[in-house]
Design a protein around this ligand. Structure first.
Ligand SMILES: Nc1ncnc2c1ncn2[C@@H]1O[C@H](COP(=O)(O)OP(=O)(O)OP(=O)(O)O)[C@@H](O)[C@H]1O
Ligand SMILES: [Mg+2]
Length: 484
């Protein structure tokens, strides 16, 4: 580069123009220079540019000097355009600075953290809000009493917040054009804006809001049911059902709980092998044996919420099932009740004469697709129940759909004893007599029936013993399913 004239490749016209000194070049191609030299007045040092500039400068100088109006106008022009340039420059600069220094965070109303944030902000003391809106909550206490609680949350408009030394501007907006078709409420967003250096506070706020929201459900199990295509809380969160309150036959509870724990502690094993992280349990057996109660208690034990879907529910289509299963609230187990309903409808679609089924539109393949298709990054625990295992297609038993099948049967002597002792603590002698009589009953009795007898004879263990015969009189569904 330093010696372009020695390099034939770089000896194009440009380089020779730029470097006037190429007149000394030994390369014959540089003969072109003679032409260039005649066109431009090049001085011996090759400073042709200063020559032109010098002449123009001289001209301007002369004009200025000889014409005062021209001189003044020119001055003004330069000053004016200079100011204009400075102004646009300033605007651009401030935009760049704004962009560099300001961050914002948008939370959409369909996001879970939306209501968490509003609640958090409603309770946050160091804020300026002139627009509030009210949220009314009914609170059902454990003794059944209901109280109403109003909470004021930031309404639509602008608000300010002082949080850990930072100022955060909050803007809650409602879209006039877009409507959420699910609950026919307008789409809303909350936008938080703050300085770039304080951006980590967004995370802190969201974490705080989440912790508060989850804390209000501590010790409770939130039950979700389907409402159209979305999950809705079913009533107020219920106090957890204690696991010991559900009495299953010897060892069954421990086996299931161990399996669930084992599954939950092995997320890495699944991801290392590229296997979807899910596990399905099928609880089958006669009605009133404690299947649903056990799953609810187990969810409470795991500190999970529970999403219940009844497959025999009207209007539940394959699409809705699939959508619901793929959009579960966080930390919840899925409970699919009466899954045999999906198999009933398959028979119908196959055209069994005389059997019309108005109850369900979930199909067998719809259920399988939904089970296979659940793509959650979190673990997915699905419990399924049925009173009619004989109606299920073997295809449901594939790993990933049903990994574990458990029979929950009618009351055994073991369960009768345990339940008796729970209802009448300390009454060991009567309990033994009760169990003796229970063994000699000739019809199967469900645990729900036992519970019924003990409730009827509350605090009167002798009456429960005396009336044990009524168990065989009360209606009990005749269970036709197999045991294995
Ligand atoms: N094993 C049990 N231990 C304690 N309570 C039980 C048990 N089985 C049934 N119950 C009581 O009986 C009632 C009905 O039980 P649950 O709904 O759990 O039965 P289920 O097996 O789900 O019945 P279905 O098959 O009809 O859905 C509940 O009030 C529950 O507390
Ligand atoms: Mg049930």
């Amino acid at each position: 580069m330093s010696e372009p004239s020695k390099n034939p490749l770089s000896n194009d016209t440009n380089s020779s123009l730029n470097k006037g000194t190429t007149a000394t070049s030994t390369n014959p191609i540089n003969n072109e220079n003679s032409l260039v030299n005649t066109l431009l007045p090049v001085d011996s040092n090759g400073e042709e540019a200063t020559g032109v500039k010098g002449q123009v400068n001289q001209l301007i100088h002369q004009a200025m000097a000889n014409n005062p109006y021209f001189a003044a106008g020119g001055g003004l022009m330069i000053l004016g355009s200079g100011l204009a340039l400075a102004r646009t420059g300033m605007i651009r600069l401030s935009r760049v600075i704004y962009r560099q220094m300001i961050v914002d965070l948008e939370i959409q109303s369909k996001d879970k953290s939306y209501s968490w944030f509003l609640t958090w902000m409603g309770n946050y003391p160091r804020r300026i809000s002139k627009h509030l809106s009210v949220r009314t909550n009914y609170l059902k206490h454990d003794n059944g009493a209901i109280s109403t609680k109003f909470s004021l949350v930031p309404g639509v408009g602008n608000h300010w917040l002082f949080y850990k030394g930072a100022i955060i501007s909050i803007k809650r907006e409602r879209s006039g054009r877009m409507i959420d078709l699910v609950n026919s409420s307008p789409y809303e967003t909350v936008k938080l804006t703050t300085l770039y250096r304080d951006r980590h506070l967004f995370n802190e706020i969201l974490e705080e809001a989440k912790t508060i929201a989850l804390k209000s459900n501590e010790g409770k199990t939130v039950i979700y049911t389907s409402f159209g295509p979305e999950w809705r809380k079913f009533g107020q969160p219920k106090a957890k059902r204690a696991l010991p309150s559900v009495v299953l036959d010897k060892g069954i509870k421990a086996t299931i709980i161990d399996d669930v724990h084992e599954f939950m502690n092995n997320g890495k094993w699944y991801s290392d092998r590229g296997i979807p992280y899910r596990r399905g349990y099928l609880l089958y057996g006669p009605p009133g044996s404690g299947k649903t109660s056990f799953i609810q208690a187990l969810a409470g034990e795991l500190d999970y919420n529970i999403c219940i879907l009844n497959l025999s529910e009207q209007n539940l289509t394959d699409d809705r099932l699939n959508h619901l299963m793929n959009n579960m609230p966080e930390r919840s187990v899925l409970l699919l009740e009466d899954i045999d309903a999906a198999f009933k409808s398959r028979k119908t679609t196959n055209g069994e004469p005389g059997q019309t089924n108005y109850n369900t539109s979930v199909t067998f393949s719809g259920l399988l697709n939904a089970l296979d298709g659940v793509t959650s990054s979190e673990e997915t625990i699905t419990f399924m129940t049925t009173n009619h295992p004989e109606k299920l297609d073997p295809a449901i038993m594939r790993p990933g759909r049903v990994d574990y099948k458990i029979f929950i049967g009618d009351a055994t002597a073991y369960q009768a004893e345990r339940m008796f002792m729970k209802f009448y603590p300390g009454e060991k002698t009567i309990c033994n007599q009760f169990v003796e009589k229970f063994r000699s009953l000739d019809t199967p009795v469900s645990t729900a029936q036992l519970q019924g007898l003990f409730i009827m004879n509350k605090d009167r263990p002798l009456d429960a013993l005396k009336n044990i015969g009524t168990l065989t009189e009360s209606q009990h569904y005749h269970y036709s399913g197999s045991h294995s």
